[in-house]
Design a binder for this molecule. Sequence first.
Ligand SMILES: Cc1cc2nc3c(=O)[nH]c(=O)nc-3n(C[C@H](O)[C@H](O)[C@H](O)COP(=O)(O)O)c2cc1C
Length: 188
Amino acid sequence: MKKVLILNGSPSGDKGNCAVFIQKVHNLDKTLNYDVVHLAKTSISTTLKKKIAAADGVIFVTGTYWDSWGSPMQKLMEEMTDMEGTPALMGKPCAVMVLMHSVGGKSVLSRLQGVLSTMGFLIPPMSGMVYSLVSDIALKSKNTHAKDFWQIEDAELILENLKTAMSMQVTWTTWPVDKKDPRRKWFR
Ligand SMILES: Cc1cc2nc3c(=O)[nH]c(=O)nc-3n(C[C@H](O)[C@H](O)[C@H](O)COP(=O)(O)O)c2cc1C
């Protein structure tokens, strides 16, 4: 079974909407071996980095908070900087799932995918979605436009694409990355 690490970037951790969403994603495909980490409750340690390195694929889940991803997700990005361009990340397939009430989630999705790609992750086609409270309410009534709304079931398709990407064997080229302390002072 392929190992899929689900990283929950919600500040509410296992008590929030993202945690419920993750549970639903679990139930969509039982052929994968999931491990869920609620970042709000977890320190970004060597153990977590080893988990990321050992995973065949990673699913990043976050809500939208003032047009951005959750602060635990941002903390992860900052602390993962030393993994940029390393074999632990190069070409590792990832999916991104974003929740929101009404606005800002698509920008969070696209920007997060951009960051992850720059770090070395592989973004398979149709591997990201935004699910909103607005859609959740709208989808309760039948409408011919419904197919154009992201729905929970789209997560199933995303898992399929993630699985396809995880079965690929590709050798990627890595550009040189400055491995010195990224926090060092440059402005004098
Ligand atoms: C502090 C805060 C800021 C939020 N900002 C936005 C926003 O900018 N746009 C939006 O559509 N929803 C916004 N929301 C709604 C959340 O994205 C949404 O409820 C999400 O499902 C939260 O997941 P969680 O409960 O796991 O944290 C915000 C919620 C909080 C608590």
